[in-house]
Design a protein around this ligand. Sequence first.
Ligand SMILES: *Cc1c(COP(=O)(O)O)cnc(C)c1O
Length: 223
Amino acid sequence: MIASRLKAILSQIKQAEIRYHRSPGSVLLLAVSKTKPSSDIAAAYQAGQRHFGESYYQEALIKQRELGTYAITWHFIGPIQSNKTKAIATHFDWVHSVDNLNIAQRLSKQRPGNLAPLNICLQVNMSNEPSKSGISLDELPKLCEQVALLPNIKLRGVMTIPAPEDDFERQRQPYKTLYQAISKLDHFKLDTLSFGMSGDLIAAIAEGSTIVRVGSALFGSRN
Ligand SMILES: *Cc1c(COP(=O)(O)O)cnc(C)c1O
């Protein structure tokens, strides 16, 4: 089941790359395995998937221990409390959900010296809902400047989780706006747009996504 869903999603991504004039292979599939057992990750891995995303660090560490021999690239995509930064800096390769300087500073300081710099995306809130995580578009240039100076992290780009929308054109809008804002920050050499989930990955690819974060379409719905 997981293997056949994986195949279908990869084929959707490939078709969207062609349709929206994106370079072949420019969109990475991040398999979001939060709440799902290690056996599901193993099934996707055996079908060729290598990048997995988790939102809860304790749950992720258990799975990482169970899957210790697998060559997985782990991405942290959930909210970050400051007392969890050491574990996250130690056990992940990527963090998509950085939305303040204090967290970025802690991740940089706590990244073990024997590991490559931690890849970071800044989370931007495009929906103007104050309850949601993420900085506003106005705050983005300043935070980029500050985070880019930190030694043990590498600023790669931005992540956003727009409010859910059924309409394709409306799904594209927040990604288009954020893409345009990022284009003006070219001196940071950002190469990553973490755009799109199960419900809007095609719209996200149309607007420049380089990483789609897909959970339920691959692993089934969560409780
Ligand atoms: C859960 C989650 C996803 C995956 O969502 P689906 O709709 O199941 O594909 C993607 N990104 C983030 C940040 C998430 O928390």
